[in-house]
Write a new protein. Structure first.
Length: 306
């Protein structure tokens, strides 16, 4: 395996190789893929798809079926994943006149504003409102915006605010694929407390020159749960179980593979980890290290913990 590392590293920059090292740990936990060459092929496919979807033509969206369940007059929570042509989901809605309120981290608020300004022109501020995802009064501000007719739009699988939630231990753990991940659940709790409908949308993979199809992954509209905790525990599992089916068909289309270790902390049964597949080398700040892909702990050679 050492010779395989050296041969593979010759085709990567130091940063690209370091990114691959953590990517390989993520897919090994959740997909159970131990073969080095398959991990590399999937990494290249994920990078290529990420670039491709970022350049998506915003005129190629269409919806699978009717949108009667997302009424412009009845604000609800619309959730999605960083999967497929994920930028198509909010773009599809705003281009058809829906008003969106999007909780985001302060660090990316300007970038997001520029994206919607490019998409909508001068009218973007009438259709899109950004709120600080870390605002302690976020719940009340979301309720206010929904009273004004804004749908709440949020990606379930990470971002800057999720990384902060991870370090603050504000995430809950659920089974996922061959292991488990830690997820954000606050947005589901808010939907329960506000008694608002929830729809999960996803942009399917499209062949080149074909329209991008946006479909419903899940929809919830009746509250029969006695508490927000029970609701979020149940519904988060349902959402991710539905997502698993699409993800296994197109694993390269989930951008989160590239940063899961930072925000969602994958884990799996240690019994499924052969010792020969756990350790991989990488470089950082002119130091040579080894990563234990099972624990995500790095060791400075010849063995000092880093």
């Amino acid at each position: 395996m050492q010779f395989t590392w050296k041969a593979a590293m010759n085709g990567y920059t130091e940063k690209d190789w370091r990114d691959f090292v953590f990517f390989s740990a993520n897919v090994q936990h959740l997909l159970g893929i131990h073969q080095f060459d398959i991990q590399q092929n999937l990494h290249r496919a994920a990078i290529n798809f990420s670039r491709r979807q970022a350049e998506t033509d915003a005129t190629k969206f269409q919806f699978e079926g009717k949108t009667y369940w997302i009424s412009p007059e009845r604000a609800q929570f619309i959730l999605s994943f960083h999967f497929g042509y994920y930028r198509a989901v909010p773009a599809f809605l705003v281009q058809r006149g829906y008003k969106l309120c999007i909780p985001v981290a302060k660090e990316v608020m300007l970038q997001q504003s520029q994206h919607y300004a490019a998409l909508l022109g001068d009218r973007w501020q009438k259709q899109v409102v950004f709120l600080d995802a870390e605002d302690p009064y976020l719940f009340f501000k979301l309720r206010q915006q929904m009273d004004l007719g804004y749908h709440i739009f949020c990606y379930l699988d990470g971002g800057v605010s999720a990384a902060k939630d991870f370090h603050a231990q504000k995430l809950s753990e659920i089974p996922f694929l061959n292991g488990s991940i830690k997820i954000k659940h606050g947005i589901l709790s808010m939907a329960f407390l506000l008694q608002k409908n929830i729809t999960v949308l996803i942009a399917k993979i499209a062949a080149e020159n074909e329209p991008i199809v946006i479909c419903e992954l899940s929809h919830w509209f009746e509250n029969w749960f006695p508490s927000a905790r029970q609701f979020t525990d149940y519904f988060s599992r349902i959402i991710y179980e539905d997502f698993e089916e699409i993800l296994l068909e197109y694993p390269e289309a989930w951008e989160a593979w590239l940063y899961l270790h930072k925000i969602m902390s994958p884990s799996s049964d240690v019994a499924s980890w052969p010792a020969t597949n756990r350790i991989i080398s990488f470089s950082m700040k002119e130091k040579q290290l080894l990563l234990d892909k099972f624990t995500y702990l790095s060791y400075l050679l010849p063995g000092t913990i880093f």
